[in-house]
Design a protein around this ligand. Structure first.
Ligand SMILES: Nc1ncnc2c1ncn2[C@@H]1O[C@H](COP(=O)(O)OP(=O)(O)OP(=O)(O)O)[C@@H](O)[C@H]1O
Length: 228
């Protein structure tokens, strides 16, 4: 599903964020990306979504070599990847329903199919009764659930989440983890960057630790491994 070999990323300001990363992630895995601030976690995540381009090395996602892909195909490739951000990134003037439907409208689904699928994902995240609300009328945890619903509405094979619980209190975070685990149990690969020691040490998954732009640890059912 994801294959990175010899990946380097140097930003235009001269900072080297990734310094030779080799990693393979299989379809259906749930992987935490951990490491100190500035280690390169977000850069690693952004490479998968082709938000940044590697300076060097091979990045293959969903059998597509992102080095060789034409710019005009990138929106198409991104449709197979759901993205969840720490700050939700919902469109403030649109309702919950419209925020989620948006991703289906661009691929020209029929209104009937859009309605069915949006209500299906809202049901999965427990927010069917909030379809007509706007983001400001929801709690942080509810907004994150909407953003997860939006991420999966298009049946992506992969969901990448950059600190999805970073803005949420612990109780709300467990709810978000339950939903991500449920999505993973249905076969979707999940890659989640996190600073939450509690989550990583409780909900045991593969742990990839990045420090100074290098993978320094890669463990099946690993621990967070840093003091907080
Ligand atoms: N767009 C950019 N331009 C220049 N430097 C950047 C850019 N994005 C990140 N960096 C630098 O690259 C390094 C890695 O950053 P990255 O955001 O990947 O780390 P991180 O592990 O996600 O950190 P955090 O846990 O604080 O979010 C840092 O030194 C950062 O300052």
């Amino acid at each position: 599903m994801i294959d990175m070999q010899g990946v380097y990323k140097k930003y235009p300001n001269g900072v080297t964020a990734l310094n030779g990363v080799d990693v393979t992630i299989e379809q259906g895995e749930f992987v935490y990306i951990v490491g100190p601030s500035g280690a390169g976690k977000s850069t690693f995540i952004k490479l998968i979504f082709r938000e940044v381009k590697p300076t060097n090395g091979k990045v293959v996602v969903n059998n597509v070599n992102l080095q060789k892909v034409k710019e005009k195909r990138i929106p198409h490739i991104r449709r197979d990847i759901g993205v969840v951000y720490q700050d939700f990134k919902l469109l403030p003037k649109l309702t919950v329903f419209e925020n989620i439907a948006f991703a289906l409208e661009v691929i020209e689904e029929t209104p009937k199919n859009i309605r069915r699928r949006v209500m299906e994902v809202l049901d999965l995240v427990g927010l069917k009764n909030k379809a007509r609300f706007i983001p400001d009328e929801l709690s942080g945890g509810e907004q994150q659930r909407v953003s997860i619903a939006r991420a999966i509405v298009n049946h992506p094979k992969l969901v990448i989440a950059d600190e999805p619980t970073g803005n949420l209190d612990p109780d709300t975070s467990w709810g978000i983890m339950n939903i991500l685990e449920e999505i993973n149990a249905r076969g979707t690969t999940i890659i989640m960057a996190t600073h939450s020691k509690e989550i990583v040490n409780t909900v045991k998954k593969r742990v990839i630790a990045i420090e100074g732009g290098l993978i320094v640890r890669d463990e099946h059912r690993g621990e967070y491994g840093y003091e907080v």
